[in-house]
Design a protein around this ligand. Structure first.
Ligand SMILES: [Zn+2]
Length: 502
């Protein structure tokens, strides 16, 4: 090793700790829920070639001859309720101990979701970021990539120099976002720019299904376009965070963030402009919900198949348990002879199917076992069609390359309805829960996806979809959720009180 050349390099610590929390979910995530977890040099192998934010960051920094990267720890856990306290502390301690032991550093690159919660930490990423700042000192640059649903707090903004959020929803730009954050970090380290951030928050929550950036009519499409158009001259980066809406936190709300090259007033002006636009377009985020019986009847008559029924209120990818069975109940009652496919998390039924074996007829009850607040298990009789280990790897999206584990998984058939019964819930990016057990959803009449956004990833020409009016920890009906900690008025709950906000 040429010590004289490494001595002059800018040293950057690299770490990730990604998890999206949900205060309305009963789930608790620990080490086994983190499909990607690697420490030190093994990180390079485990993230190489994946479309992850941390990989994008790594590649940019690796390509800069003036920079030496020190990988510390990466962890990717998808989404759920809270992160187990002990695992959270062990992981953050490992990151902080690693940074302390392997320093000093000129910069730190972090890939975070931004909406993690634990039982005791309302703002774990802000806590982590502040602790990192304490170790590396004021002179170092700290950059982080964040999910579009990050809860960006004042503590996070105070501790960091560079924060860049995903621009797209569905999220297909985690890798590119990591790159954008790392480019700003590189340019800051090399003295090309001096990043200054401004963050503006609105007392505003918006429902997931109306937040697509794919549809030119959608509000977030317009917000994205305006944000990009503002990235001129000294404006280095703009981000808009629609925040994970199921955080029962008085401070959580839509945020706009701008980074300029040493122009604080300009950063304020740009962040205010984007934040104001998010507020002005707030009503356009609401999409109609269809009662389940009506949705099934309409889907059966649709000329182009399959029709997607999006059960957004029970989305594992947003933290829910994925075990409400009211759509299955409606299909068994109304569409038994239509080719339908849906998935449900029910560890008991999965184990019963394994005990019965392929070809057996299983009569049991299904659903509502993990989150019993929303209903009682419903009776069914079905044939056990196939049994699987439930493992797959995401091909793309913000968890691209990360392994998912549905656990023992059974495909059951009741009439013409195929039910994929999994032991564990897994984040839904496309139709992995179906394709990994050999089901091609394109061959069906009705496909139920427990998701309010990513079902768009499998739409093809002419296919239609409906949002089913459902129940669960990821309900889009934000105004009526059982909020406990939101004392300050916010849209959409306090429409009258919030009218003066602008
Ligand atoms: Zn997100």
């Amino acid at each position: 090793m040429n010590l004289s050349s490494t001595a002059t390099k800018k040293r950057v610590a690299l770490a990730s700790f990604e998890f999206e929390g949900n205060d309305f979910s009963p789930k608790v995530a620990g080490r086994k829920n983190f499909g990607l977890y690697a420490v030190g040099k093994e990180i390079l192998k485990s993230i190489s070639g994946h479309p992850l934010a941390v990989t994008g960051g790594l590649e940019v920094l690796q390509a800069a001859p003036e920079i030496e990267i020190v990988p510390i720890l990466v962890a990717h856990g998808g989404s759920g309720g809270t992160v187990e306290e002990d695992f959270y502390h062990r992981t953050t301690n490992a990151i902080l101990t690693g940074i302390r032991a392997k320093g000093p550093f000129d910069g730190v690159f972090l890939a975070l979701h931004g909406a993690m919660i634990t039982n005791h930490a309302r703002d774990p990423e802000g806590e982590l970021m502040a602790a990192v700042r304490q170790i590396v000192g004021e002179a170092a640059f700290i950059a982080a990539s964040l999910d579009l649903h990050a809860h960006v707090t004042k503590r996070t903004v105070d501790a960091a120099d560079i924060l860049v959020g995903y621009a797209n929803y569905p999220h297909d730009d985690a890798y590119g976002t990591g790159k954008r954050a790392a480019i700003l970090l590189r340019d800051s380290l090399l003295g090309r720019v001096l990043p200054v951030m401004s963050m503006k928050r609105r007392r505003l929550l918006v429902p997931i299904p109306g937040s697509s950036t794919l549809d030119p009519e959608a509000p977030l499409y317009q917000i994205k376009a305006v944000s990009r158009s503002l990235e001129l001259g000294a404006v280095l980066s703009t981000s808009y965070f629609t925040v994970q809406p199921w955080l029962d936190d008085d401070e959580a709300g839509c945020v706009a963030l701008a980074i300029t090259d040493n122009a604080p007033a300009l950063a304020d002006e740009v962040a205010e402009k984007i934040s104001r636009l998010m507020w002005d377009l707030r009503e356009k985020f609401e999409l109609p919900l269809v009662a389940v019986d009506e949705a099934v009847a309409t889907a059966m008559k649709a000329p182009v198949k399959p029709v997607i029924l999006a059960d957004a209120a029970d989305c594992v990818g947003g933290g829910a348990t994925g075990d409400t069975a009211f759509v299955l109940e409606a299909l068994l009652r109304l569409a038994r002879n239509s080719r339908c496919a849906l998935s449900l998390v029910d560890p008991l039924v999965a184990s019963e199917a394994f005990a019965a074996g392929v070809g057996a007829t299983l009569s049991s009850t299904i659903g509502y076992r993990l989150d019993g607040r929303h209903g009682q298990p419903i009776p069914f009789t079905a044939e056990v069609v196939s049994l699987h280990d439930g493992k797959f790897v995401y091909a793309s999206g913000p968890a691209g390359g990360v392994e998912a584990d549905m656990g023992p998984t059974a495909v059951l058939k009741a009439g013409e309805i195929l039910i994929v019964v999994t032991t564990n819930g897994t984040y839904e990016y496309g139709d992995e829960q179906f394709s990994s057990v050999g089901i091609d959803v394109k061959r069906f009449d009705i496909v139920v996806l427990k998701n309010g956004m990513n079902f768009r990833n499998i739409l093809h020409h002419g296919m239609t979809w409906m949002l089913v009016d459902g129940i669960g920890s990821t309900s889009p009906k934000l105004a009526t959720l059982p909020w406990k900690n939101r004392a300050t008025p916010f849209w959409p709950r306090d429409k009258l009180l919030a009218r003066d906000e602008h």
